[in-house]
Design a protein around this ligand. Structure first.
Ligand code: A2P
Length: 276
């Protein structure tokens, strides 16, 4: 079976560097997709209350019957529940059927509602009580990190942000790492859009690998945690095998050159969807 490297977070907890993301997996397909991923060898699953598919993740975990300590499960606090994080956390725990969540994240800062500091204090309590083995943030820009670090006690373990070859967010990733926080990439394949780039295709051909494996290998070489999504069993397995693809420095440079400002998601400075 494929051996996935781990990253040690700043609180000593280990996270598998490649996980399975279920953003945009429909609720009624989630159990099957996650079961497929677990059978293929993934042990890290990334969901969120806002994805409305935590119950499917929980059903797959229960059906797989794997030892709990082999799994690493992340979920996220919905934007509209930042003022009631303790209750939201309980609902996620119930939906997932888990006593302990491995990593619990604030999904978006939503600066316009100005609640993320209080939400973080609630996450600190969840962490202190043992409900989550690690806590972190997602979509935090340097100004949000700075404010959080100045106003609270526990350093976030990760900042999950959009990163892929055509949208690399180098300054944000550097600011995150400089603060001692691991970078986790969502939409690591650019939601599929980066897979047809001629540079990616050429490197894939040279390695007899798929374009997705090349892009994932680029993330892994940078030390980034990645959570590719797929509902296709063959792609689910192929994406995991990216851990065995080693790129040359020249190939990494070539992929570094693909930056194009091609954001696929929302801008965290202005994103304010509180229904999420
Ligand atoms: P599908 O679910 O039909 O496989 P991201 O993780 O960046 O959000 O990208 C997910 C998108 O990329 C989905 O549309 C997914 O489609 C597609 N995708 C995932 N893995 C592969 C792959 N190995 N080859 C081609 N497309 C892929």
């Amino acid at each position: 079976m494929t051996t996935v490297p781990t990253v040690t977070l700043n609180n000593g907890v280990s996270i598998p560097q490649l996980g399975f993301g279920v953003f945009q997996v429909p609720a009624d397909e989630t159990q099957r997709a996650v079961e497929t991923a677990l059978q293929a060898g993934y042990r890290h699953i990334d969901t969120a209350a806002a994805y409305r598919n935590e119950a499917g993740v929980g059903a797959a975990i229960a059906a797989a019957g794997l030892p709990r300590e082999e799994l690493f499960i992340t979920t996220k606090l919905r934007n509209g529940e930042q003022a009631t994080a303790a209750e939201a956390f309980e609902a996620s725990r119930q939906a997932l059927g888990l006593e302990v969540i491995d990593l619990y994240l604030i999904h978006w800062p939503v600066p316009s509602q100005d609640k993320y500091i209080d939400a973080w204090k609630a996450l600190e309590k969840i962490y202190a009580d043992g409900g989550a083995r690690a806590i972190g943030v997602s979509n935090f820009l340097p100004e949000h990190l700075e404010r959080l670090l100045a106003a609270t006690d526990v350093l976030p373990t990760v900042n999950q942000i959009e990163v892929h070859p055509t949208f690399q967010q180098r300054e944000l990733a550097a600011a995150t790492r400089d603060a001692g926080i691991a970078v986790e990439a969502y939409s690591p394949l650019g939601q599929g859009a980066d897979l047809t780039d001629p540079a990616v295709l050429a490197i894939a051909q040279a390695h007899d690998a798929t374009p997705a494996q090349v892009v994932l290998a680029w993330h892994l070489a940078a030390g980034t945690i990645v959570i590719p999504k797929s509902v296709d069993p063959q792609r689910i397995a192929q994406n995991l095998a990216a851990v065995d693809v080693r790129l040359t420095d020249a190939e990494i440079e070539s992929l570094n050159g693909l930056e194009a400002g091609a954001r696929t998601g929302a801008d965290p400075a202005t994103a304010a969807f509180t229904q999420m």
